[in-house]
Design a protein around this ligand. Structure first.
Ligand code: MIC
Ligand code: SF4
Length: 645
């Protein structure tokens, strides 16, 4: 039987297990990336494993999230990561060099290779034909140490692209359309592969916009073929030698297929507060816009910025709109300045922001109260912008630029600019002087690790006990995001290396008393709905609850990366056999999992006793054999230590 692109890469990297539905597979990882907000923990974990040099072909640490530096914390963390990189064989990308995914696509992505990153948008490099997946920091640490990365054998979903996009309709509209069809849960368990005639009409950065936001589908990753367009992009980056062609076999089998007609698409927007709350711009109508932000790892490529510059050329942004533009990398910013496009952006009155995540993760640019913000980003979860009652819409760069001029949501197809001449350059300007190579192995011993006072040790875990008895300390609904569990933003993000401090903010968007209640009772069980833990890869959404004494999460279903993070932290994830049992549990009910260790050990059903209601429910342990062993050891670090003896 023929294979899909992903199956080909998987079989070339398979080191454990068999590609069979319901089984976990272990993959050899060629490349890793980290960003600073998850990186400090990942490197502390890597240090704890006691490996001298990374065993990957390429590992890169980027500084792009915590660049605001309102206190010493961020700069200290940057120095810590820089010194770790030097010592352990990791490339270090300085703050200001840009967003991890954009730079990795430009400078390091290689078709056919595997990449995991401690950031959920790592699938961006799927636009280059890489098998690129978001993971928790501990999994990245293990991969840097040469260990396999485990995922459940994915199902395959094929998106057939037919036709060609019309001017002012772009890659962002394609992925928003896919989100409309599939929803934020539609990709769970799947790798999404793009195929069909339409593929060759899309450039690598456009493909990367689409695979980037595949994260919002809940998919394990998304991938495009590697073809002539890929070769040209690599050649333009001076990396033609990295090219390998890659396509699926004609008789490859997919579990699901959908078709998107590119020619029929119109500009689309995701309305507050979910990336799948999608409508055509013309259907939403001309709502008044207060803020327009263009950038983030979804839409900050040179191509995106050139289109925006063309639309704003010779015009002035609407006086009632605050317009901010953050190019994705130093290469993009430099080339914009060289060709005069930056001057057009500046002349229009837009605010030029640093090449970094910035407002996408709530680091500045919070909208006015009850404001409407149009963003080219990938997430519009409530409160993520920093303003609790703001309404964030996700749109393409073309739609964002149109509203920047008119002050209202506008169909960019009505504009008079000509975008047909905008193309990627034949040669990008390559200057990697903001990326430090690590010290040679024979000098690494003398490199000193620079640790600031912001870096606190991570929480201790214990082997799983025979019984868990605790209160239902929190009950939440469906689609709880990691932004609910462990918010980010300018006030909190600088403390990503300080779990005890972060604990004060855990779940406060759902229940202000949550940290206090955890301290009062010392332990707890969380009750969740469908798709619990969607969104970010941040392992803090597991490590902080662990610090607060959370022993288990019982939900209707879990998001892939988060469930792995819970297991890695030694918190037991369980699902209801009968989802209706969710309704019978109230907050502060006394719960007991009487034989939890035995059930996890044997893979049998788990019994949950609700002592307050005098009821018993049946739960699935929902973990593979390997995950069960990790839970029994009390988390991935203890498991790795035990198994490397
Ligand atoms: C995000 O977009 O939410 C982040 C910040 O990039 C996260 C990582 C983090 O929480 O540090 C992600 O997507 O994984
Ligand atoms: Fe950064 Fe936003 Fe991309 Fe996350 S989604 S990596 S915060 S730009």
């Amino acid at each position: 039987m023929g294979m899909t692109i992903a199956q080909k890469i998987i079989s070339a990297h398979l080191v454990d297990g068999e590609m069979k539905q319901g089984q976990d597979i272990g993959l050899k990882i060629d490349q890793t990336l980290t960003q600073d907000a998850t990186g400090t923990m990942a490197y502390l974990e890597f240090e704890a494993m006691g490996v001298d040099r990374v065993k990957t072909e390429r590992s890169v640490a980027y500084i792009d999230h915590n660049t605001l530096q309102t206190g010493f914390e961020n700069a200290d963390d940057h120095r810590f990561i820089q010194s770790i990189c030097k010592k352990h064989g990791i490339y270090y990308s300085h703050p200001g060099n840009g967003i991890c995914h954009q730079i990795h696509l430009e400078r390091f992505s290689v078709p056919g290779k595997t990449l995991i990153g401690s950031d959920s948008h790592t699938p961006t490099c799927g636009g280059m034909g890489m098998l690129a997946m978001g993971a928790g920091g501990m999994d990245v640490a293990v991969a840097m140490g040469g260990g396999a990365y485990y995922i459940p054998t994915p199902k395959m979903l094929r998106v057939n692209l037919v036709g060609k996009l019309r001017p002012f309709v772009s890659a962002k509209d394609v992925i928003l359309e896919v989100l409309r069809v599939l929803s934020v849960k539609g990709g769970v368990g799947y790798i999404v592969e793009y195929a069909g005639e339409g593929v060759k009409t899309l450039s690598v950065p456009e493909r990367a916009t689409i695979t980037n936001m595949g994260a919002e589908l809940g998919a394990s990753t998304s991938i495009f073929p590697s073809d002539e367009v890929t070769r040209q992009f690599l050649a333009a980056q001076g990396r033609e030698n990295d090219f390998t062609p890659l396509e699926s076999d004609p008789d490859a089998v997919y579990d699901k297929e959908i078709t998107v007609d590119l020619s029929a698409l119109e500009p689309i927007a995701a309305m507050p507060h979910s990336p799948d709350n999608v409508k055509k711009v013309t259907e939403i109508g001309q709502i008044k816009v207060d803020q327009v932000l263009i950038g983030s790892c979804t839409n900050s490529s040179l191509l995106d910025m050139l289109k925006v510059a063309e639309i704003l050329d010779g015009k002035t942004v609407n006086p009632n709109v605050s317009v901010g533009i953050a190019p994705g990398s130093k290469q993009v910013l430099y080339m914009l300045s060289q060709c005069g496009a930056l001057a057009k952006l500046i002349a229009s009155g837009a605010r030029i922001l640093e090449c970094a995540c910035g407002p996408c993760i709530g680091m500045g640019q919070a909208p006015n109260s009850a404001g409407v913000s149009l963003r080219t980003f990938n997430r519009n979860f409530e409160g993520r912008s920093g303003t609790a009652d703001a309404g964030v819409f996700l749109v393409s760069p073309e739609t964002a630029a149109a509203a920047a001029l008119t002050g209202v949501l506008t169909n960019p197809m009505e504009l008079d600019a000509d975008l047909t001449t905008i193309k990627l350059p034949e040669k990008f300007v390559v200057n990697d002087n903001s990326i430090d190579a690590p010290a040679p192995a024979d000098e690494a011993g003398s490199v000193e690790i620079l640790r600031g006072p912001n870096i606190k040790p991570f929480p201790k875990t214990e082997p799983l006990g025979e019984v868990i008895s605790a209160k239902a300390i929190l009950k939440v609904g469906d689609n709880i995001t990691t932004d609910h569990i462990m918010p980010a933003g300018a006030k909190i993000l600088p403390f990503r290396s300080n779990i005890p401090y972060l604990a004060n903010f855990c779940f406060t968007r759902c229940d202000e008393q949550f940290p206090e209640n955890c301290k009062k009772y010392g332990k707890g069980i969380i009750i969740g709905g469908e798709n619990y833990g969607q969104g970010s890869s941040r392992e803090h959404a597991a490590l902080v609850p662990l610090h607060l004494g959370i022993k288990a999460v019982v939900a209707k279903s879990f998001a892939r990366i988060h469930v792995a993070n819970l297991v890695n932290a030694g918190i037991v994830p369980l699902t209801f056999k009968n989802p209706a049992d969710y309704d019978s549990i109230d907050m502060f009910d006394d719960l007991e999992l009487p034989d939890i260790r035995k059930a996890i050990e044997s893979g049998s059903d788990v019994v949950l006793v609700n002592k307050t209601k005098n009821q018993t429910y049946t739960l699935n342990s929902a973990v593979s054999e390997r995950s069960a062993d990790i839970l029994l050891s009390g988390g991935l670090l203890s498991y790795t230590r035990e198994n490397s003896k």
